[in-house]
Structure formats: structure tokens, C-alpha cells
Design a protein around this ligand. Sequence first.
Ligand code: MN
Length: 256
Amino acid sequence: MDPKTLLQEAENILAQQPRLIDLPPHGKVVFVGDTHGDLEASEQVLRYYLKKPYRIVFLGDYVDRGDDSEGNINYLLRMKIEHPEEVFLLSGNHEGHMVKELRPADFWDSLLADERARYGRVFSRLPLCATSANGIMALHGALPELNSLEEINRIETGDSDWDRIVWGDFVESDGDLLGDLWGRPRFGGGYFNRLMERYQKNILVRSHQPQAPSLMFQKRCITIFTSQAYLPIRTIVIVDLEKEIRDAGDVLIERI
Ligand SMILES: [Mn+2]
């Protein structure tokens, strides 16, 4: 498939799906952290888990930093086209380059203007969050502050809740809103607990912040990375959707 057709087909499929992905109450789900141009990581996950009873949710940041951004994102979009109900690609901040500048942006800098616009259009259709009835919430960065999760479907790319979801950091402290650091909004345990209670979810699976402790807030906030662009270890999380999930002790955190 030539790149133009690939992007057009991906855009068509993504346009039919909501920005809030509701996972079914059966089977298992694999969460994959930032892959950042690490095509081998993406291929390995799909090779192991693209089969029943798994669904695979990637947590964003497919491009920049690693050595094959274009190969990685094109492979993942092709997998999305071929397996629209099994593979889900959430947006990270690196997919939002068209509305908020970032560095490094080696993938974006390598594109011609019309290519940049085409990828930007596809990325603006990516979902922002996945949830499950047994207490899981998954997104790239931090929680949005909404009245209900359904409002995620009405978030506009570039608005303040979009910014929290794809750019937000968590800090291990009791605070709530902790202000911005280099354009990244930061939040503490007070914010985490308040919103998880409101949304009636028990654990958050996220990526985005390689310096963050892998477990925060009574083991209810799990941060994973699946790219060797940052760390030599690639980590994923596997959740049984039929089991009650209260904290990280109820999920599998594995290295691939
Ligand atoms: Mn990120």
C-alpha cells in the first residue's frame, strides 16, 4: 500500500471509532507504552499478542526519538486497518505536533509540508483514552478534568483537557494541580484520587514520563515504556478483563 493510500484508509477507519474506547468485559488487553520509532518493539508485541483473547492498546508516542519513526507509525496504521477491533492506537503528545510544538521532532522535521499535513490529519482522529468495566483507565499522560468520561468524545485537539491527557505528568506528592514545567502540566496524588473516584476507575495505565516511578499512588498509577529509545527495557501491562482490578497487584507487568 503506498503511503498516501495507507493514511487515507487509516483516517477512514479512525473516523468511525470514538475518542473514548470502551473495552469489552471479556478477554485480555495488552497495554504498550511509548514506542518512539522502535519498530522492532511494535512488531514483537503484535507477533506475540495479535490473537485471541487479546486486544492491544498502544499508549501513543509512535514517532520521534527512535531510529525508524516512519516505519513504526506506518506499520501500526497498517495493523489498525487490518485489525480495527483488536488494535487501538491512542494519541501521545508527539502525535499532536501540529497544535503544540515539541522537541525532539526529528520525524516531523523529516517530512515535506504536505506529508506533515496528512499525518497531522490522521493523528487528529486518534482516540485519547481506553477504559474497561473492571476498573481500568489508560491514556498517554494524565487525567482530564471532566464531569464524566463520555465527555472525552467531545475533547478538541489542543484544548486544556487534550493537553492534560497527552502532555500531563504525575508527581509523587499529595498535591492537586502543581502548575506547568516546560509546557507540561503537572498533577499530584490529590488530583489523581479525586478524578479516579469521579470516574469510578481503580488503576491508570500510562506512559509519557520515563523518569516517573513505575508505580505511584498506592500502586494505582502504572507508568510503562516499550521503546528502547529511552531505556534498554521494554515493558508492557497485561490485564484480564474478566477479573476485578484494584491495584497493580492484579495485573501483569512484563518485559518483552
Ligand atoms: Mn509523551
